[in-house]
Design a protein around this ligand. Structure first.
Ligand code: C5P
Length: 317
């Protein structure tokens, strides 16, 4: 109360010193050998054009048995046979629930659960938080680091047994499946096989590693300044996945509401502004891009941290 507050500022003046510093640092390392001289668009695309750019240039795919190195070695009986779209069926409306601290005390749970499908990320729980985040989990996207961290107990924690799972791993920019398979960022392949043997009935997909860089290219080309040469966040990847599966998508607390806070996650009392503006991930720039796709009002962002957008099936390009 009494405090001046504006919604997420899309313009470069909003890029914090810390973010600029991490951009510089990560571009020096350039761990994934990203091509750093991509053409930048000098005009801003309209919502429709931006949607088409994503639809045409960021094809969605998961690893199927027989793809490059994923042949033999038991992969045939381990990777799902059905596509994710077949597994989930027709989805009219989808909720993408970010793990942001600003969703705490939002009472958005009922609204979130009213969608046909609900996407959550990594170790985000519903238990004890359902008033704010809902209880349903249709799909959970996790990173490979989480699968490999001993403290999370990925193979034993029942949190992961609900809904469909999908894992992604930071891969080389070259999009070379063999190079990635030989040297994944976190070597999750054996744990993936172990989990599949323990839960053969639960669909569990591996996101095609090219998608992260196809998405990264679009983010960089539509950002006037340099961005971190690291893969987009799980949240941004999830938005892109859902645009392929749903007619309409509501994203919660990616662009923070008036509850904007330094609290990193709603389920942990750890404070760090980088969780919201990004350090490793080009999160500030992802958020600017998503703001350019919003079909909803500024009021929706302010009150619910909600961005609404069209799925790819609704747009002819
Ligand atoms: O931290 P984690 O990656 O598990 O969170 C899921 C996603 O939620 C992030 O990838 C990011 O896109 C989004 N997020 C955010 N602001 C936060 C925390 C998470 O935008 N404070």
């Amino acid at each position: 109360p009494g405090k001046q507050w504006s919604i997420w500022n899309k313009f470069s003046t909003a890029i914090s010193k810390e973010v600029l510093e991490s951009v510089r640092t990560y571009r020096t390392t350039n761990k994934f050998h990203v091509s750093l001289n991509l053409t930048r668009r000098n005009s801003t695309l309209s919502k429709g054009e931006l949607l088409c750019e994503l639809k045409v240039r960021v094809p969605f795919g998961t690893i199927k048995a027989g793809d490059g190195p994923f042949s033999g070695g038991g992969w045939e009986n381990i990777l799902p046979n059905e596509s994710l779209a077949e597994t989930l069926g027709l989805l009219k409306t989808c909720a993408v629930v970010m793990s942001s601290g600003s969703i705490r005390n939002s009472t958005l749970g009922t609204e979130i659960d009213s969608h046909d499908a609900v996407l959550r990320f990594n170790s985000a729980p519903t238990k004890g938080h359902s008033v704010d985040v809902g209880n349903r989990t249709t799909l959970r996207i996790i990173n490979s680091q989480l699968m490999m961290s001993k403290t999370d107990g990925f193979l034993t924690d029942p949190l992961y047994n609900t809904g469909v799972l999908m894992v992604w791993d930071p891969a080389p920019y070259s999009r070379d499946l063999y190079a990635w398979y030989r040297k994944p960022d976190f070597d999750f392949f054996q744990t993936y096989k172990d989990y599949r043997r323990l839960h053969p009935q639960q669909p569990f997909y591996i996101l095609s590693p090219s998608m992260q860089w196809d998405l990264w290219d679009v983010i960089q080309e539509n950002t006037p300044t340099d961005i971190q040469p690291n893969p987009p966040s799980s949240g941004m990847l999830g938005i892109a996945v859902m645009m392929n599966l749903c007619e309409k998508i509501s994203v919660y607390e990616f662009l923070p509401s008036h509850r904007k806070t330094d609290l990193c996650h709603y389920f942990q009392n750890i404070h760090n502004r980088q969780c919201t503006v990004g350090h490793y991930h080009p999160l500030t720039f992802e958020k600017n891009l998503v703001k350019g796709l919003n079909l909803g009002s500024h009021c929706d962002i302010y009150t619910s941290g909600k961005v609404t957008m069209c799925g790819f099936s609704q747009k002819r390009c």
